[in-house]
Design a protein around this ligand. Sequence first.
Ligand code: OSB
Ligand code: MG
Length: 379
Amino acid sequence: MSLQLARITLREIRMVLREPFEISSGRTTDRRILLLELQDAGGATAWSECVAGERPNYSAETIDTAWLAITEWIAPRLLGMRLDGPHLIDDMLRRGIRDHSMAKAAVEMGAWALAAEREGVSLSRLLGGTRAAIGTGISIGIQANPQALADKADAALAHGYRKIKMKIRPGADIDYIAAVREALGPQAPLMADANSAYTPAHADHLAELDAYRLLMIEQPLAQDDLRRHAQLQDRLDTPICLDESIPHAAAAEDMLALGAGRIVNVKPGRVGGFTQAKAIHDLCRNHAVPVWCGGMLESGVGRAHNVALASLPNFTIPGDVSPSARYWTEDIVTPEWTMDANGMVAVPTDRPGLGVEVKVDRVNDLTVRTKTLKWRGNG
Ligand code: OSB
Ligand code: MG
């Protein structure tokens, strides 16, 4: 199935989170979200979202670097090019453009969505998804005190969420996890995410978390430090899950070879898109390592991409793919993403492409800047 991108429109929209979200490296209240609308030479269109944040506290990329990378380097490389399929884009963008994975992923995932539209199949189906519904968890930001976190976790469990992830940092960790374990009981599926807030000097401290039987601890150490993650994993009973440390499939190979972790949080927007995400999925499946789909506080557009990916068979652990209402008073897609009382989000397998429609009027209302890049044609 050949694909030829004729136009890419970038839009920055502003959306206010229903509640602030705090991780070890910073707090987010207002999201600045970069949306793309891609159009092929035949006139078909599809939407995608860049997961880059407002500040470089999760990765080096921000919405502003992504805007630059897409307009200056990524879009010019692809516009007008005839491609035998979206699976070729990852390799093409790797040559001569270092990093900028979130910017690349936005375009790559949009091309997959466009291919799904063109073929009249769901994005899930095109990616190789096998599930009709995906299990979802919740990611809870750092709270003012342990009791506040325990109350939030308790409400989330009652709501149906199948995994409770709690953000931690030095000074807001063991007391917090202890309070939640105490409140929710020994069977509750709990985990912690440190976003690289610790160093190897914290190994004894982190080993104290073993007592609380967490499903995993996500990204305790620095993003570029697989070796020390392997040393820490030797010290801990709790499985380490890597997020920031896995920017592409080769890093997942290294993780496995070094024993730097036992679980991978796959975010397609972090790893350069669906081709790398699928490669990580397949690699981990072959090594009997489970994966789950992370989130980046996406709008309903990026969420559609995550839901489709999470429908692949080795996504056996509930993802951070919460329903729209967890984040927004009103999402930009219809229908909004919802979760049933058992913590399941339905995969829209019966509709082509994303399976949700973008509310263009609402997007226009929220837009603060826009730019359209066009293929000038053969002539
Ligand atoms: O580390 O997984 C993370 C949000 C922003 C940046 C990093 C992370 C997160 C989350 C939110 O945990 C997950 C979600 O979208 O609900
Ligand atoms: Mg994380």
